[in-house]
Design a protein around this ligand. Structure first.
Ligand code: GEK
Length: 244
């Protein structure tokens, strides 16, 4: 795994982009930056085993290198399914296709995967029994989040499951300061320097806009999801499951 040294190298104030440089260190970046990331990937496999129905579609929206796609693929226990993995970043898609080809070659898994370079706001969701938004919705505008969650609900079969993982902000300013501080300490423990942490924070400003857990719950309920629960919280990172 290549080590993420992006904010050790760059001293200018460019905004964060999902380019080749980021894609090349991405597994290391996510592992060291998102507390609970590996727990979300593991749970996505377990949830796929429980909720994916035969002859339906599964979607991994903002798939990056396809970690959640592979977890779903390994979890699915029923025939006739297809996974659609979508990302807008060409550098992610090129690598994701190579990773899926390697997964095909080594394990010949029965569920095919379509890796598509597209904006998740423009794709059609249909006949879905599982949809994953693992740390992706946070990069859309708030209005686009409403539209996408409604489109996902519309394209889902009854009993279908959405996994929504997000960075969040706490309603309480004192708690927010504490959670951000604990997250930065976690990153320092994972060998990011204070300078790298503050540069990354500046680069993500206005690119990743977190909302409260309450705002996410309200949006999901308003879209029509019948059951909504936070199943994981680690500092200011949460993962929510919602069932239609
Ligand atoms: C994982 N889910 O490993 N359309 C398509 N893709 C988008 C869009 C958009 N409008 N906006 C952002 N992306 C992955 C991790 S990373 C999380 C997801 C992070 C893509 C973007 O190109 C990037 O690959 C991904 O969403 C977010 O489980 O970097 O914090």
């Amino acid at each position: 795994m290549t080590t993420d040294k992006i904010y050790e190298k760059h001293t200018d104030e460019r905004p964060f982009r999902f380019n080749e440089e980021v894609a090349s260190v991405f597994p290391d970046m996510l592992r060291r930056s998102i507390p609970g990331y590996s727990a979300t990937i593991e749970a996505i496999g377990s949830l796929a085993a429980r909720y994916v129905r035969s002859n339906t579609h599964c979607y991994d929206l903002g798939c990056s290198l396809g970690a959640a796609t592979i977890a779903m693929r390994q979890g699915i226990k029923v025939p006739g399914c297809r996974i659609v993995a979508v990302d807008t970043a060409p550098a992610m898609i090129t690598r994701c296709k190579a990773i899926m080809a390697e997964d095909d070659r080594r394990f010949s898994p029965p569920t095919p995967v379509d890796v598509i370079e597209a904006d998740i706001r423009n794709i059609e969701i249909a006949n879905a029994s599982m949809v994953v938004l693992n740390y992706t919705l946070q990069f859309l505008t708030v209005d686009d989040r409403d539209v996408l969650i409604q489109a996902i609900h519309h394209g889902m079969n009854d009993g279908g499951l959405l996994v929504l993982s997000e960075k969040v902000v706490d309603e309480n300013a004192e708690m927010e300061r504490l959670l951000v501080d604990l997250h930065h300490e976690h990153k320092r423990r994972n060998d990011y320097s204070s300078l790298e942490i503050s540069r990354k924070r500046a680069a993500l400003e206005n690119v990743l806009v977190p909302e409260t857990v309450g705002a996410h719950r309200r949006r999901l309920t308003a879209a029509g999801f019948r059951h909504v629960a936070v199943w994981l919280r680690y500092f200011n990172f949460v993962s929510i499951v919602a069932i239609k």
